[in-house]
Structures are given as structure tokens and as C-alpha cells.
Write a protein that binds this ligand. Structure first.
Ligand code: SAM
Length: 379
């Protein structure tokens, strides 16, 4: 059963009673929507800006580079944050908690989401897991200070927390590329698992809402919409090194060159567009990088992640065909073009027509019905 409107509005008192500011550090790095960058904001230096960002619907980075970065400047990789409140809200709505439910959260971060859950369910029925010892300790202290001493377990949430099982609800607040079967095993039959999940093709995720079967053997359900989360620590993907794929002479060294009639607009879309998600579901172990347009030419690169296959498509302004170069054992552009046709043939399904089934034998993706499914990267 999808969550109903009543359960969504049930969250209003919790959001009113639990201010995000109570869980934010004195120095933080909110994402500035105007510049598209993280900015450093200190409570002591600029209390008004600090407060305004704390109350704004923006994600706020609270740790860089697993805590190794020092100084006040943003680091290279954001590794902990307070998520955007509107995303926190929509995922909690998808979770559809009811009084008496026991919840496991993966990714404590600041502790804000755990406090919202504890406000609804009581401190004793919420367990939160955080892989980073420093982040976990800070969240534990903030939760205690706020009067909601939720149990924060320091450890790898991929394994779940068997000592606290069974759970009625499991929610991950970091992005996954493979969902562990342990979460299905630790959830009750009929339980709900909400996870930001995605493929290697793009950085973005989509929230999937899995419901555990009556016999507890599998969990299955549809996607609710696109999001972007920092990834589970062990599932971060290093960016492929271009030089490891493409020969020194560049695209001229491709094994095969051809043309495509797929137009730039048919392929290059907004980062949250469902087409990018759908292509990732159909083209396994492949990463797509859309480069900036220069002198009217837009290069799109595809890198194979299980071998050194690559492809480059050059979309030229005003031309009805684009040039394609492909190297290595796989023909990554041909696979992508076939996936594009597959998506069109099915009437360009949106996120909600796609779903996942997680079982002991792996994870399978499907469109419309679980019966017509194919394997994707599993836990
Ligand atoms: C977006 S933040 C979570 C936001 C948090 N729920 C809040 O309300 O502030 C993601 C968190 O997941 C944590 N994380 C990453 N990998 C993890 C893992 N394997 N197990 C548990 N936590 C993990 C990160 O350290 C980070 O703190």
C-alpha cells in the first residue's frame, strides 16, 4: 500500500518540534542554490546567515573527506551532511511509519532524521547506524542534548544491526548501488525499506520503496522519484581515468566509428531526468559523462567499468547526425542506443513505473510488473 495523505501530514508536528538547527555544527557548508557551490558559514562570524541556511531547504555539508580535511574551506568530497528538509520529508512520508513501529536508519549524519523519527515513535523504537566514529559521536551528543537519546550504533550499515531486529521500517539516508539482502532478513514480513538507489551510469539516485513479502523472502516495490545522496562509504565510485581508456591519439584511435541520428536533445537531459536513470538500468557497469559544449560540439563519454571499453559521441550544433567512436570489447554506445529505443517503445516510463525486487539470489529491476525483470547489481 502506498503511503496516504494522512501519514504525510502526520509529520507536520515532528517537523515543527525538531528544528534542524539543533543538529548543525557551528561551522557548516550549505549548498548555495544560486552559485551551485558549497559556502562556508560560521555561527560566530555570521549568526544571521547561519540561521537562514539552517532554516532553508538546502542540503548542508557537515564533513569533508571523511574528516581528514582541515580548515574552513570546503574539501574535495562531501562525506556527511544534513539532507535537504524537503527530501527528508518526502522519504519519511514514503516510509509510512505507524505508532509502535521499530525503525532502523542507515546514515545517522547529524542525527536530525533520527530525532524526527524519535519524535513520532519514541526514542526506544529508533536505532540509527553511522559508519564514521566522529560523526556518530557528534550525533549522539546532539540527540542527547535535544532530549532524544536515540541509540546510535557506530558501524557499517550495509550489514544492518541484527541485535535490534526485527524492524518494521528501514530507511537509508545515503545512496546505494547495491542493496544488502541483510536488510530484507532484518525487516518483518510486510515491512517497508526506503532506499536512495542508483546505477553506475549517473551520480543521481532514485528513492525505491520496497515492501517485504509475507514470507520474508524478498522485498519488492516501485521508485518514488529522483534524489541525489552521498554514497554508502564502500560503494563510492572513483571517476574513471580517461587515459586508462582512450588511446593517446584520442577518438582517432577508436576501433569503430559510425554515426547516430539520435539528437543531442534526445539524449542529453537534466541531471534528474528519468531517461538517464532508465539508461543506467539497461546498460550495466557503465558510466556516462556529459562534457561541456565547446565551439558548438558536445562530447558525451561512456566508460565501461568491468573492462576498458569506451565510447564518445560528438553532438554538433545544427547537424542531424552525430559522430560515434567506440573502443574496447563492448560497444557501449550501441548498448545505450538500444536502451534508449527500449525506453521509447515502452512509452517513456517515468520513475514510478520502474521497480526493484531484492532477494537472496540478487536484485532485479522491472518496469510495470516484477514478472518481466532483469538482474542489476546486487548486494
Ligand atoms: C546524507 S548523510 C545522512 C543525513 C542524516 N540522516 C541526517 O539527518 O543528518 C549520509 C551519512 O551516511 C553515512 N554513511 C556512509 N556509509 C555508511 C555506512 N556504510 N553505514 C552507516 N552510515 C554510513 C555517512 O558517514 C553520512 O554521515
Amino acid at each position: 500500500m502506498p503511503p496516504n495523505k494522512t501519514s504525510a501530514s502526520d509529520w507536520a508536528p515532528a517537523f515543527a518540534a525538531v528544528p534542524r538547527s539543533a543538529f548543525l555544527p557551528d561551522v557548516m557548508w550549505p549548498f548555495d542554490m544560486d552559485t551551485g557551490r558549497s559556502v562556508t558559514v560560521g555561527k560566530a562570524d555570521d549568526p544571521e546567515a547561519w540561521r537562514a541556511y539552517a532554516d532553508a531547504d538546502v542540503p548542508i555539508v557537515t564533513q569533508w573527506d571523511d574528516g581528514e580535511g582541515d580548515g574552513l574551506d570546503p574539501g574535495r568530497l562531501a562525506t556527511s551532511s544534513a539532507s535537504m528538509p524537503s527530501v527528508v520529508f518526502s522519504m519519511l512520508r514514503d516510509l509510512d511509519v505507524r505508532p509502535g513501529h521499530r525503525v532502523l536508519e542507515i546514515g545517522t549524519g547529524t542525527g536530525y532524521n533520527a530525532a524526527l523519527l524519535a519524535h513520532r515513535l519514541g526514542v526506544a523504537d529508533v536505532v540509527s547506524m553511522e559508519v564514521d566514529g566522529g560523526v556518530a559521536a557528534t550525533a549522539r551528543a546532539a540527540l542527547r542534548r535535544f532530549g532524544m537519546p536515540v541509540e546510535v550504533v557506530t558501524g557499517d550499515g550495509f550489514l544492518g544491526h541484527v541485535a535490534g531486529a526485527p524492524y518494521d521500517r528501514i530507511i537509508a539516508t545515503c545512496g546505494l548501488r547495491a542493496i544488502p539482502y541483510a536488510w530484507v532478513e532484518q525487516a518483518r514480513p510486510g515491512g517497508v525499506i526506503v532506499v536512495p538507489w542508483g546505477t553506475d551510469y549517473v551520480r543521481q539516485d532514485a528513492v525505491v520503496r520496497l515492501v517485504v513479502d509475507d514470507d520474508g523472502a524478498r522485498a519488492s516495490g516501485r521508485f518514488t522519484g529522483p534524489v541525489e545522496f552521498m554514497k554508502l562509504r564502500a560503494q563510492r565510485r572513483a571517476w574513471p581515468r580517461h587515459g586508462d581508456y582512450v588511446p593517446a591519439e584520442g577518438v582517432a584511435g577508436a576501433g569503430v566509428s559510425s554515426t547516430t541520428t539520435l539528437a543531442e536533445g534526445d539524449f542529453v537531459r537534466d541531471r534528474f531526468d528519468v531517461l538517464r536513470f532508465a539508461l543506467g538500468l539497461r546498460v550495466p557497469a557503465c558510466l556516462c559523462a556529459v562534457a561541456d559544449k565547446r565551439d558548438g560540439v558536445r562530447p558525451v563519454w561512456l566508460y565501461g567499468l568491468s573492462d576498458r571499453s569506451w565510447a564518445c559521441v560528438l553532438f554538433r550544433e545544427g547537424r542531424s547526425t552525430a559522430t560515434v567512436h567506440q573502443g574496447g570489447p563492448r560497444r557501449l554506445w550501441d548498448e545505450t542506443e538500444a536502451a534508449h529505443a527500449w525506453w521509447k517503445e515502452r512509452g517513456e516510463p517515468g520513475f514510478e513505473r520502474f521497480g526493484l525486487t531484492v532477494g537472496a539470489d540478487g536484485t532485479r529491476a522491472w518496469v510495470d510488473e516484477p514478472s518481466a525483470s532483469w538482474p542489476v547489481r546486487g548486494g
